[in-house]
Each structure stands twice: as C-alpha cells, then as structure tokens.
Design a protein around this ligand. Structure first.
Ligand code: URA
Length: 310
C-alpha cells in the first residue's frame, strides 16, 4: 500500500487504524465524551458514527455549520424526510458537530488547548464507533508570510514558535515532545486537486503554530508590544528563510495527536493577509467570506474523489 512512499514518509504509525494507546479505556464501564455531549453507553456510537470517513474541523461553529450544508449539497446527501441538520454536540455548549453521511464537521475553537481536548474525544469517538481509516482535515485561516491574502496553504509540516517540528506537552509536570507530522501523500493529493482555473494560488509549505495571535505572532498591534518593527520584520524574515509560509494557532497539536493515533491528517488554511505588509485583518467581510470557502472547496473535491473510488 505504501510502496511509493519514501522512508521518511513511511513510518511506524502509517497503517491507517485508530490507535487509542490507552489500555484504561477498555476497562471502563462507560466513557463519557463530556465536551461532545456523547457517551459510549448513553449513545449507540457505532450506529451513529460507524460510517464516518472524513472528520473536518475548523475554528468556529458557524464555519462548520456552513461547511456541513455546503458538503451536503456537494456530495448530494439527502437527510431523512422531515429532518434537518442538527448540532449533535449542542448540549455540550463547547463544540459543535454536524454529520452529513460519511462526513463529520466539528468546530475546535481557538488555540492548541481547545484543539487538544477535542482531539482526545474525537479520537476516542472514532475508536468507540469502530470507524475505519478516517481522515482528519483541519480547515482554517492563517496569516501568510510573503503570500497574498486569499492564498490557500496546505501544511507540509507544522513547527512550534521555537521552530521545532513537534508539539510540546507537559504531562505529570514533565515536558514531552511528539512529532507534528502530517501525511505528505495526502498533502500532495490535495494540491493536485487545486485547479489551474482557480483564481488563486494553492501552495504546500511549512506552517508555524503559535500560542497567541498578537505578541506570539510578532504583531505590533496587541495590547502590549515590547519589540520594534525591525525586530518583527527580522523574525518574519527568519521564518521565511526556514520555509515557513503561514502562521496559525492549531497545527502542531492537530498534527501531533493525529500522528500519535495513526490517523491520516492534513491542514489547509487560507491566508487572511500577508504579514510582511501589516498586522490588522482588514479585508472586507464579503471578501474574507469568499476566501474561507476556498479550503472547503478543496476538501469537497477530495471527498468527492474518494467517494467516487468506492
Ligand atoms: N489566524 C492567525 O493565527 N493569524 C493570522 O494572522 C490570521 C489568522
């Protein structure tokens, strides 16, 4: 299956199954997925989610609700007569989740702690539901470095703010690093689905993941700023020299936990601005709305292609 991959791409986690790597879960009478408002005994998770093949995540509940409606139309999925799309996790008051046939659309909030909590429960959800080879895709927004607003970036590898290709965890007070690896073959497959006729660029590049939008991303316009414009530009140029093309706040945890679970994953973000030109996100709302459709369009092409092969 992996014959065409290089040694670097083929690794110990690449057999596609969901690994829980926690023997405690099997011994529990029930597992409550608290932040999803689901549970292994209170819900028939195999019946509800066993057919899931694509888990698409993005920051806001509204974006994921829009994505759910969009993908329903794209794949021609019909809800049972008299029913409407429902937020399955509405009573968690934390995350939103919509199911459209084999596609789950889930909001993950902002920043790595929010994504981390969701990922633990989504990975357990895949395990309890006995999903086979689900693919996880983050659909997000980012700041570009040397690329125009509206450019779509498929992450090749995620880096933390110290330019390490891993996510740093603190577990029992100790520092643990897990590699922030994404599926390179999936990234290439997605890139191949970007069309010459698209009126914007889609590129593959390295992504920086920070713990903050303002000082953490070298912005001059936060509530505090204790560095000069020159310091900022030097930092952005250093990132660029390392091949970093965009900055966001979720990719390392998303990559590290999917990789640890043996789940194939990708991150696709649209740039809201070119950080070499400024810090404020000030494009008109309608323009940004159209830009945010672009990663969704690419994901839709991918899902349709995979479904057509089945
Ligand atoms: N998201 C980020 O994290 N940074 C940006 O500059 C834009 C979107």
């Amino acid at each position: 299956q992996n014959a065409s991959l290089s040694d670097e791409e083929r690794d110990e986690y690449s057999d596609g199954t969901v690994k829980l790597r926690n023997s405690n879960i099997e011994l529990m009478d029930q597992d409550i997925l608290y932040h999803l408002a689901l549970g292994s005994e209170s819900h028939d998770l195999i019946e509800m989610f066993g057919d899931v093949k694509f888990v698409c995540m993005g920051g806001t509940p509204k974006r994921m609700e829009n994505f759910a409606h969009f993908i329903m139309n794209e794949i021609g999925y019909k809800l049972p007569a008299g029913t409407q799309l429902q937020d399955i996790s509405a009573y968690s008051y934390r995350y939103s989740m919509y199911k459209v046939g084999p596609v789950l659309a889930v909001s993950h909030g902002m920043g790595t702690p929010s994504v981390s909590i969701l990922m633990h429960e989504m990975i357990k959800l895949m395990y309890h539901s006995r999903c086979e080879d689900p693919v996880f895709i983050r659909i997000g927004t980012c700041g570009g470095i040397g690329i125009d607003g509206g450019t779509v970036v498929i992450t090749e590898e995620a880096y933390d703010a110290q330019l390490r290709p891993s996510h740093e965890f603190t577990i029992l007070g100790k520092t643990v690093h897990r590699p922030a690896k994404l599926d390179k073959k999936l990234a290439r497959e997605l890139k191949a689905l970007s069309g010459d006729e698209d009126p914007y660029d889609t590129i593959i590049g390295k992504t920086l993941c920070t713990n903050d939008f303002y000082e953490g991303q070298g912005r001059l316009d936060g509530a505090f700023c204790e560095f000069s414009e020159q310091d900022k530009m030097d930092y952005l140029n250093t990132l660029s020299e390392h091949g970093i093309v965009n900055i966001e706040m979720e990719s390392t945890i998303f990559a590290a936990l999917t990789h640890h679970a043996g789940i194939k994953a990708a991150v696709i973000c649209v740039a809201l601005l070119n950080r070499l030109n400024g810090d404020q996100v000030n494009s008109p709302k309608e323009v940004m709305h159209e830009w945010q459709q672009r990663p969704q369009e690419l994901v839709s092409r991918y899902i349709k292609k995979v479904l057509a092969q089945k």
